[in-house]
Design a binder for this molecule. Structure first.
Ligand code: ADP
Ligand code: MG
Length: 380
């Protein structure tokens, strides 16, 4: 575990509040190995936690006020305090909406009071690695920890979803916060969103001479939110036409109007790819996952149509330089891709991607190898 982030948050807390925090809680960002845009269709996902985290140093307050500060590159940004009783969706803007939304939901559940919160984090923001959920989950654990409440992690995941959907106003599913809460070191989390069933599947790419390279394109196109909502509504309509509860239950795309067919096709085939990936991992046939990642990318690009030129270039260039497979992750229209790379080819792949970006006139991507890391918890 990275103790530096915890110290940064605790030190800033001491400087701001003149005393040590009562505790420090943290939560990771995530990479989804496969299973994209399946969570809000009651389907399967397979995320793992990355080493990058958000830490929240916290102490309780008696006056029903939440104070917030965020440390970034040694600079402390202090936000306007918010009064719990006055919180309503739309009353708080910017980054404060994420922790305030969590406090708002917890208050409705009858837990959590006022608190001083100081945030530090190293999850790249807006990169599709879920910095927002790591902030929300760490805040939820801090507020719950201060109040002595100990609800189940699936309840916390649902509350965080309410915070993001109803307070922040982003119509996201259950994947990101569940990953941040429930992933464990050295495993991918096989989650059936419909039943809530979870299975920790060992994932040690290194033992197979492989690495999962994250390629952050550093672009985020304006379609991110509108495109996501549109796809969600399209899936709901498709399920209605097919007469099923959700696309999880669809056997095929027959009977759908032309514009909905590719959406259903993506969800159906992506769920199958998740199941196949889990099977291959259990059989230790890691290299064979590569083509499934590439098929997932093609499906997201051609059927679901949530990719963008930077993500396509990243995936193609990685494969051309020797990656066994590559795909965009997250909502799409920017953010990050992952590539499954033989260790000895890592440098070649990084160079290949960087050169392809330069040739297209894109800015430099940020790349790092991600190993499955610990989920959210209390640090201090
Ligand atoms: P992603 O979740 O993919 O990183 P989002 O746009 O959903 O992208 O969330 C990014 C937002 O989360 C940032 O713009 C910021 O408002 C908030 N955020 C994340 N981490 C922090 C942090 N350490 N301090 C303050 N705000 C943060
Ligand atoms: Mg987010």
């Amino acid at each position: 575990m990275n103790s530096t982030g915890s110290n940064i948050a605790a030190d800033a807390f001491r400087r701001l509040h003149g005393a040590a925090p009562a505790g420090v809680w943290s939560a990771p960002g995530r990479v989804n190995l496969i299973g994209e845009h399946t969570d809000y269709n009651d389907g399967f996902v397979l995320p793992f936690a990355i080493p990058h985290r958000t830490w929240v140093a916290a102490s309780p307050r008696e006056d029903g006020v939440i104070t917030l500060a965020s440390v970034q590159d040694g600079q402390v940004e202090v936000a306007e305090p918010v009064r719990l009783a006055e919180l309503e969706p739309g009353t708080v803007q910017g980054w404060v909406a994420y922790p305030a939304g969590v406090a708002w939901v917890l208050r409705q559940q009858g837990v959590g009071g006022g608190a001083d919160l100081v945030v530090a984090g190293d999850v790249p923001r807006g990169a599709g690695l879920s910095s927002s959920h790591s902030l929300e989950v760490a805040t939820a654990l801090a507020l719950l920890g201060l109040s002595g409440a100990d609800p189940s992690r699936s309840d916390i995941a649902k509350w965080v979803q309410q915070a993001e959907n109803d307070f922040v106003g982003a119509p996201t599913g259950l994947l990101d916060q569940t990953a941040s809460l429930c992933c464990t070191d050295a495993h991918v989390l096989f989650l059936d969103v419909r039943s809530g069933r979870q299975e920790q599947v060992p994932f040690d790419a290194g033992a197979h001479g492989l690495e999962v390279l994250v390629i952050d394109t550093r672009v985020s196109h304006s379609l991110v939110e509108s495109g996501y909502g549109e796809r969600r509504r399209g899936c709901e309509r498709a399920a209605d036409v097919l007469g099923v509860a959700s696309l999880r239950d669809a056997a095929g795309e027959e009977g759908l109007p032309d514009e909905l067919r590719p959406l259903a096709r993506h969800v159906i085939t992506e769920n199958e790819r998740v199941l196949k990936t889990v099977e291959l991992l259990k059989q230790e046939r890691y290299a064979e996952i590569g083509p499934l990642l590439s098929a997932s990318h093609a499906s997201l690009r051609d059927d679901y149509r949530v990719s963008c030129v930077e993500l396509d270039v990243a995936a193609e260039a990685a494969e051309k330089a020797g990656a066994l497979g590559a795909r965009m992750i997250g909502g799409g229209f920017g953010g990050s891709a992952i590539a499954l790379v033989p260790r000895e080819l890592r440098e070649r792949v990084e160079t290949g991607v960087a050169e392809a970006f330069a040739a297209h006139g894109f800015g430099s991507p940020r790349m790092f190898a991600a190993v499955p890391s610990a989920g959210a918890g209390r640090d201090v």
